[in-house]
Design a protein around this ligand. Structure first.
Ligand code: ADP
Ligand code: MG
Length: 680
């Protein structure tokens, strides 16, 4: 029933159907899930004569007489003398030539609109009307009335009527998909009723219950899909039990120039325990910027390699993949573990050597970009997959790398903390390890909000730091989706800084339009201290580690989210010297207040929460490919509690194999479908 095309409904011809398609509505089901954007309470009938000027009211009146006149070209007024129970007045319509025929003198009508007075005579400018005793009466007035997202050529009245008719038609045929046990436990409205109340709620409480029921359903379907996908991936698969390590992990830790933090030790223990278990690991490592995730990942990789398995680390950009490769090469050199780096710009010959090494197992460890998931890359025995900046990859890309081994363990990392609600929504069934402590000796990054006029002060500070032997970043953030505008800005900025501001120092430039090899060259020069001031677009955002850089200036800071700014700011303050972050912004009060959150906090988790609340989940990541579905009703973080409940229930349904029972059948199918639609 719900799968029937909308055009099968009465009053929906091909033209209207095409317009509905523009709203994403193809089927009757889509129409029912096209929920109102807002409602107006028109239950209280008022008296025209009792309205205050400017008030929007609903009244019941009788049409007495019509008059019509052209106010100016293309603006035609239709004015009716109307009689209420106590007193009379006028009702006004504009440019609606049919109205006189629809509501002839003598009609009883209900009107909603804004009231004004002409002298002592009330006039209602009609926004909605309804003739009593006609087919659709009771839909547009005298009730809580829905208002829908529309597109050109569709009217609220028409859509209301169509939705109403669709509801009538599917009555009794709209299947419940939640099992009775869950409906009872949470006292959920039956599905049909919930949908009906979403469109035509009898009162506010009914609307609330309808929303609660449908949000829970939506989140449960999603979480169950995630749980099932993990369950299926693992079903019948024996994962790798990484038991042997010959003391190599301990040796690695002993060889580091620092002691692990307590948080690093705890998290590493969680990961190693997971790895020793034959059940495939699926763990998310969350930590604030600079909390030291890389060494933890390195230790996990050593554990895999020591037992004769291979490990692969995938990062979203070449800059980051190269850097991980270099870090790993450095810290694994004492253990004599070779590390290969495979990216899109690896030479053809180099690539052949690496592919052969991975296929034969001679190469135990590789860091790389998407290049790792190309078809011709094969592993002899891939036992551990590490994914950095998880949210920049699609679910399928992660799966593609895993598929190169036999149920390898999976460790995913995020570059900045993600608020708990979002993490649950995206990572569903991953176990979570938290690095909630920074290495000792880190000083908070002094953060200042500056206006254009204070720019000279910012340059002074940069100069002072360079004179002490330190280095600086100047960031020109992304303005639109393509990096090209930002690149222009960065090029101009670098020129100006080199020629006018810091002629005696080396100014470098890195942006998205450079070739990967060129980028790498600049980054290396910066790492080696050959560049004093690095002008960059947000490409440095991801995990660049140059401890000697102590100051970062960010242009147009108001354009970036707080979490992203915090992530950028994390590029400085990585050594022991005091560090600075200078945010240049306009005079907007709102922007300054938002940035003030950053200036007063160094806690990435708190900043992420604030950012999510201020900008919503879509903006939070600043990229589309974050794996978060667009929920129709559920809103994060507001619906976090429903989400937690749904996740718990989904895990239980999976663990206890409840989904195999008939009463879970519909829910199971919905979850599968949801997941399939996302992996296309
Ligand atoms: P992130 O978690 O942001 O990826 P990194 O792994 O890049 O952080 O680590 C940031 C810096 O801190 C690196 O230079 C790393 O060598 C250093 N580091 C990591 N762990 C410790 C520690 N326990 N003590 C001191 N420095 C550490
Ligand atoms: Mg990192």
């Amino acid at each position: 029933m719900c799968d029937r095309p909308v055009a099968s409904l009465k009053y929906v011809g091909p033209q209207k159907a095409a317009r509905l398609n523009r709203l994403g509505i193809q089927t009757v089901g889509d129409l029912l899930w096209h929920f109102p954007r807002r409602y107006e309470d028109r239950r209280q009938l008022k008296e025209l004569a009792a309205a205050t000027p400017g008030e929007i009211i609903t009244v019941q009146v009788t049409i007495k007489a019509w008059e019509e006149k052209e106010i100016r070209p293309r603006l035609r007024l239709f004015r009716a003398l109307v009689q209420g129970r106590r007193g009379s007045g006028y009702a006004l319509w504009f440019n609606q030539p049919f109205i006189k025929r629809q509501l002839p003198a003598g009609s009883e009508v209900i009107l909603t609109g804004k009231v004004n007075y002409r002298g002592y005579v009330p006039e209602i400018q009609v926004s909605d009307y309804e003739a009593l005793g006609q087919g659709d009466s009771g839909l547009h007035t005298g009730r809580i009335v829905p208002f829908y997202p529309l597109t050109a050529g569709l009217s609220q009245r028409w859509l209301r009527l169509i939705v109403y008719l669709a509801l009538e038609e599917v009555q009794g045929e709209l299947p419940e998909i939640l099992p009775p046990s869950l409906c009872q436990r949470y006292r959920l409205l039956p599905r049909y009723q919930a949908i009906k109340y979403m469109h035509f709620p009898p009162d506010a409480a009914a609307l609330h219950q309808a929303r609660r029921r449908l949000k829970y359903e939506e989140l449960l379907v999603w979480e169950l899909g995630l749980s099932l996908s993990r369950w299926q991936r693992e079903a019948g698969l024996r994962g790798v039990a990484h038991t042997l390590d010959n003391g190599l992990v301990r040796q690695l830790i002993a060889s580091l120039p620092f002691k692990l933090t307590r948080a690093q030790e705890r998290v590493l223990a969680e990961i190693l325990a997971d790895m020793e278990d034959p059940r495939p690991m699926a763990r998310l490592l969350q930590g604030d910027v600079g909390s030291g995730k890389t060494v933890v990942a390195a230790a996990a990789m050593v554990k895999a390699v020591a037992g004769g398995w291979q490990a692969a680390l995938m990062a979203p950009t070449e800059v980051l993949a190269e850097q991980h490769g270099q870090t790993l090469q450095k810290i694994l050199a004492p253990l004599k573990i070779p590390v290969a780096v495979l990216t899109g710009s690896t030479s053809r010959a180099g690539r052949e050597v690496i592919l052969a090494g991975l296929a034969t197992g001679r190469l135990p460890l590789v860091a790389g970009t998407h290049a790792l998931i190309q078809e011709d890359v094969t592993f002899k025995a891939l036992g551990l997959v590490v994914i950095d900046e998880q949210h920049r990859f699609g679910v399928d890309q992660r799966a593609a790398l895993q598929a190169k081994g036999q149920a390898p363990d999976l460790l995913v990392m995020t570059a900045t903390p993600i608020p708990r609600t979002l993490a649950l929504a995206i990572y569903g069934d991953l176990d979570v390890s938290l690095l909630d402590e920074l290495p000792p000796g880190r000083q908070p990054v002094t953060t200042r909000i500056l206006t254009e006029k204070q720019r000279a002060k910012a340059y002074q500070l940069i100069r002072r730091e360079i004179e002490k032997g330190h280095q600086a970043y100047v960031i020109c953030p992304l303005i639109d989706e393509s990096d090209s505008v930002a690149a222009e800005a960065a090029i101009a900025m670098a020129k100006k800084l080199q020629e006018e501001v810091f002629p005696e120092y080396a100014v470098g430039l890195v942006h998205g339009r450079l070739k990967p090899a060129e980028k790498e060259e600049v980054m290396n020069a910066f790492r080696e201290g050959k560049i004093a001031v690095l002008v960059a677009t947000t490409v440095v955002e991801v995990g660049v580690d140059v401890p000697n850089a102590t100051v970062m200036l960010i242009e147009g800071a108001e354009r970036l989210g707080l979490a992203q700014l915090h992530q950028l700011r994390g590029r400085v303050g990585r050594g022991t010297a005091p560090s600075y972050c200078l945010l240049i912004t306009g005079n907007s009060q709102a922007a300054r207040e938002r940035l003030a959150v950053l200036a007063s906090s160094q806690d990435g988790f708190a900043i992420a929460e604030a950012d999510l609340r201020l900008r919503g989940p879509g903006e939070f990541f600043g990229t589309r490919q974050h794996g978060l579905p667009e929920f129709r009703l559920a809103r994060l973080p507001e619906d976090g509690r429903i989400l937690e409940q749904a996740r718990q229930d989904a895990r239980l349904i999976c663990r206890e194999n409840l989904w195999q029972q008939p009463e879970y059948r519909q829910l199971y199918l919905a979850a599968k479908e949801k997941l399939a639609s996302l992996q296309l």
